[in-house]
Every structure is written in structure tokens, then in C-alpha cells.
Design a protein around this ligand. Structure first.
Ligand SMILES: Cc1ncc(C[n+]2csc(CCOP(=O)(O)OP(=O)(O)O)c2C)c(N)n1
Ligand code: SF4
Ligand SMILES: [Mg+2]
Length: 288
């Protein structure tokens, strides 16, 4: 293990030790020590405690991948769904019981590869749930194949001569699809991870966080260091209420902006259902 990898391992232990959020902790994660996914897990523990959510009212739904392991490590209800199917399952849970706090988690392969068809519809419907996309620009669980967010030229077992396809930008996608809460955070930035997850869960409507979460085991070019050099907070005077401005900033590659890009207040899917039901009941009452 390199000195830099050791640094990340020590940092992830320090983070785990320093959290006060004990209520949601479960089995110790089985990820490689230093994996980027530790911080968003910690952030979820802390956010759920801050919002005073009880484990019995909390449901975490994941797809398949290293990121898909989340439900094993957190108290509350968990569903380890099929690859790419975290969002439709989470949507079903929320529709069945709107009182529950529902969070869907998945990787870049899971969310914008195999599951890419579900993301736009959850966003445009404004289902009241949170979606965390943990992007390490690789398939981590299956040992390092090229993913839909891998950079052009990246070599792997599935692209031995270098990746020829342009990477997708999940943040730009969420903005285009109409999500009403859209943020990006670097997994190293612990306090902001917790703050943004807290705000996302508290948001009424579809909230999306793009987490830059390095795979220290398999990715040789997209690393903590490569992202550390590029990330920057959104400009200080930036106001997160304009989708077009948010889209322009989401496209920036140097710097890669992090922070809250957009927050809009719009009726959630359930609110629209409720309004429609009320209207139809009134119409029926008038006929009778
Ligand atoms: C239908 C189906 N196809 C392929 C697989 C194999 N598979 C499991 S996880 C995975 C990719 C995981 O990558 P990502 O979503 O980026 O998560 P990470 O492990 O990087 O967190 C693949 C291809 C599967 N389990 N099911
Ligand atoms: S293989 Fe990569 S993504 Fe999976 S646990 Fe290890 S560091 Fe994390
Ligand atoms: Mg991945």
C-alpha cells in the first residue's frame, strides 16, 4: 500500500471514530479501508440522527456494487435490490408508505449505466426521496471495468486500448431531468457530505447528490489526489435557484464545482396525486 493510500485509510478510521452518530451504525463495512464510500455512509448516520429519524421509519434501497452494500451497514430497513433497480424499488416503497424516509444509493455503473432509464422518471415525477450516486468512475465490485463515467482513454479489462466513449455527467443529467434538489460533493469533504445529505433528506421532492467517491483499489487515474486538485466550491455569490446557471456550472471540468447547485420548491408526486384525488372527489360529489 502506498503512503497516500495509508493516509486515506487512517483518515477513514479517524472519521468513523469521531462520529457521534451511534444510533444508525450496524455491522462494520467490508469495503477496502480508505474507500470513498465510507464518508457518505458516515454522512447518512449523522444526517438521520440530526433529523431525528427513527431507524424504524428509515429505508435504504441500493442497487448492486460496492456502493450497493450500504443497507448492510446501517440500522433501519434495507433492500439490496437488483443491479440498476434501486430507484424503482425506492419509489415503490415511498408510494406505499409516504411516512417513511427513503434513500436510494447506487454507483455510477448502477445509476447511469444499467439503471440509467429510471433516473429521469424519478426526477421528473419529483418523488419525495433522496438518491445518492457514488461515482468512482469505475465498476468497483467487479474489479475495475470501464463505467459510463470513466474518462476517455482509461484502460481496463473491458477497454484495453483505452475508453473511446465520452463520460456521462450525472449532475448535468439530474439538472436536465428536472430534479428539484441537485448537489455534488467530494467524499473527502466530510462536513459538507453530512450537511448536504441532511438537506437532501429534508427536501420535499426528488433530491440528488453526486458524490465523488474514489475507488482506491482499482482506479489508477481517478483518485483522491486527482479530484483534490480539481474540485472547488461553487462561487461565493452563487444562488442555487436557476437551472440554466446550474447547468453551465455543472459542465465545468476545471474546476469541478461542488456544493448545492439547485433547490426548487415544486409539488411532489404525492402532493399532485392528493390534489387530483381531491378534485375528482369534489366532481363526484357534485354529480351525486
Ligand atoms: C444484471 C447484472 N449485470 C451485471 C452484474 C455485475 N455487476 C455487479 S456490480 C457491477 C458494477 C458495479 O459498479 P458501480 O455501480 O459503479 O458500483 P461500485 O462497485 O463502483 O460502487 C456489475 C457490472 C449484475 N450483478 N447484474
Ligand atoms: S473495490 Fe473500490 S469501490 Fe469497492 S470497496 Fe474497494 S475501494 Fe471501494
Ligand atoms: Mg462505480
Amino acid at each position: 500500500m502506498s503512503i497516500l493510500q495509508k493516509r486515506h485509510v487512517l483518515q477513514s478510521f479517524e472519521r468513523a471514530k469521531s462520529t457521534k452518530a451511534k444510533e444508525f451504525r450496524d455491522t462494520l463495512p467490508t469495503w477496502c479501508p480508505g474507500c470513498g464510500h465510507f464518508t457518505p455512509l458516515q454522512g447518512l448516520y449523522e444526517a438521520a440522527e440530526r433529523l431525528k429519524i427513527k431507524p424504524k421509519n428509515f429505508v435504504l434501497v441500493s442497487g448492486i456494487g460496492c456502493s450497493g452494500r450500504f443497507p448492510f451497514f446501517i440500522k433501519g430497513f434495507g433492500l439490496h435490490a437488483l443491479h440498476g433497480r434501486a430507484i424503482p424499488v425506492a419509489t415503490g416503497v415511498k408510494l406505499a408508505n409516504p411516512e417513511l424516509s427513503v434513500v436510494a444509493v447506487g454507483g455510477d455503473g448502477d445509476g447511469v449505466g444499467i439503471g440509467g432509464g429510471h433516473f429521469p422518471h424519478a426526477a421528473r415525477s419529483n418523488f419525495n426521496l433522496t438518491y445518492l450516486l457514488l461515482d468512482n468512475a469505475i465498476y468497483g465490485l467487479t474489479k475495475g471495468q470501464t463505467s459510463p463515467t470513466s474518462p476517455i482513454g482509461m484502460k481496463s479489462g473491458t477497454s484495453p486500448y483505452g475508453n473511446l466513449a465520452a463520460p456521462l455527467n450525472p449532475l448535468t443529467m439530474a439538472l436536465t431531468y428536472g430534479a428539484t434538489f441537485v448537489a455534488r460533493v467530494f467524499s473527502q469533504d466530510r462536513d459538507n457530505v453530512t450537511d448536504l445529505i441532511t438537506e437532501a433528506i429534508a427536501h420535499k421532492g426528488f433530491s440528488f447528490i453526486h458524490v465523488l467517491s474514489p475507488c482506491i483499489e482499482f482506479h489508477k487515474t481517478v483518485t483522491y489526489e486527482s479530484w483534490e486538485d480539481k474540485v472547488s466550491y461553487l462561487p461565493e455569490n452563487y444562488v442555487a435557484d436557476n437551472r440554466v446557471e446550474a447547468l453551465a456550472l455543472s459542465e465545468s471540468k476545471e474546476p469541478i464545482y461542488t456544493g448545492l447547485f439547485l433547490r426548487q420548491s415544486k409539488a411532489s408526486y404525492k402532493e399532485r396525486v392528493n390534489d387530483l384525488q381531491e378534485k375528482l372527489r369534489k366532481e363526484a360529489a357534485e354529480i351525486n
